[in-house]
Design a binder for this molecule. Structure first.
Ligand code: PHE
Length: 368
């Protein structure tokens, strides 16, 4: 038989010296494992006489208890040390610089809206807004398009359900143009007035140059003695500042809108340079042509009356321009649909730095 006390002492020493959980497990197998000497010693008790057993058992039992306790304690100590080591190793260094991450950009439509606000502010215009979910009175009726007016059908309007009406009984719709903001501004502010109203408008229409949602800017001036000359000067002055060139030539072409009388369509002279339309020059000059960029006219007397102004006292002009259209002309995109795809590559290419605030002194279109 083996000498239990000395075997126990050397097992305890080995357990104390174990420097890893693997070494400790090896020691456990050698002692308490199925074939470990403690287990084998315990088995010998079965074949002993009661006297032999009561003589041998206490030493074996105590050896088992001491070894088991030593194993448990050493295991806990090794695990705690391993955790402490892991915690010390796995640190996050918050002093590292931020990793290169994709950054947002200002959408060309937003940038152009800021440019518009900046240029027109210099001319004394304030920015007005109105709801995109409008009622048919503001979008049509007050703009001299009663329910039977054929122009209503031409707007490809998105209507809400027929029973979705506002308190005044108005049929709700997505505004088809920014012109209802004219009505709201006149009713809210009275005259005189000088506003632009940039915003989203909606028509059921979709191809390379039309999207169901697009952007317009409305302009409205109401005062005394206003005439078409003021309109032409205002648009010309705006386009010169916007395109940052002096050779802008506008052509006013007689047209029809229910809410203006007389009405004119605004064309701008341009030429083709490298497959790209470049604004500038007289549209009738060699290599040049005219491009329509908006509608305008003198505010119809009936519209003034709808908005509560006396047409004998007040006159004015209004215009509507497509923001996406003038953004494409200025910054050279050719597919309108890409404006609204949200493709990060397009945005990275055509977007603007948030630090690139348009100012007249620094150039409304300067890229940082
Ligand atoms: N609202 C018109 C449109 O969307 C444009 C316009 C505005 C025409 C103001 C005249 C005056 O087509």
């Amino acid at each position: 038989m083996t000498d239990i006390p000395s075997q126990t002492e050397s097992a305890l020493a080995a357990i104390a010296a174990a420097d890893s959980l693997d070494a400790l497990e090896a020691e456990r197998l050698e002692t308490l494992g199925k074939k470990g000497w403690v287990s084998l010693a315990l088995k010998t008790l079965g074949g002993m006489t009661p006297e032999e057993r009561s003589a041998a058992a206490p030493a074996i039992q105590s050896a088992r208890a001491r070894v088991a306790e030593a194993l448990d304690m050493k295991k806990a100590a090794l695990e705690a040390a391993a955790l402490a080591e892991q915690l010390a190793r796995e640190t996050i260094d918050l002093t590292l610089p931020a990793p290169a991450a994709p950054r947002g950009s200002v959408h060309p439509v937003s940038q152009v809206m800021d440019e518009l606000a900046e240029i027109f502010a210099e001319l004394g215009f304030a920015v007005a807004t109105g709801p995109e979910i409008e009622d048919d009175w503001h979008n049509f009726t007050a703009l001299n398009m009663d329910e039977t007016h054929p122009a209503r059908a031409m707007h490809d309007t998105f209507y809400f359900g027929h029973n979705q009406r506002n308190a005044a009984g108005g049929q709700m719709l997505l505004r088809t143009h920014t012109s209802p903001v004219q009505i709201r501004a006149m009713i809210d502010q009275g005259a005189p007035i000088r506003i632009i109203a940039p915003g989203r408008v909606y028509r059921s229409d979709s191809d390379a140059t039309h999207t169901p949602m697009f952007h317009q800017v409305e302009g409205l001036v109401i005062d005394k003695g206003i005439h078409l000359g003021h309109l032409k000067w205002t648009l010309e002055t705006f386009f010169k500042a916007f395109f940052e060139r002096e050779d802008i030539v506008l052509r006013l072409r007689p047209s029809y809108f229910p809410f203006t009388e007389p009405s004119v369509e605004v064309d701008v002279g341009y030429s083709n340079e490298g497959g790209r339309r470049v604004v500038g020059g007289h549209g009738d000059a060699p290599g040049h042509a005219w491009m329509e960029i908006g509608g305008s006219g003198m505010v119809n007397a009936r519209v003034l009356e709808f908005a509560g102004l006396d047409p004998k006292e007040w006159q004015g002009f209004a215009f509507g321009l497509g923001i996406d259209r003038i953004a494409m002309l200025k910054y050279g995109m050719n597919d309108l649909r890409a404006f609204f795809d949200g493709d990060p590559r397009w945005l990275a290419h055509y977007g603007f730095s948030p630090f690139d605030q348009p100012t007249l002194s620094a150039g409304v279109g300067a890229r940082a």
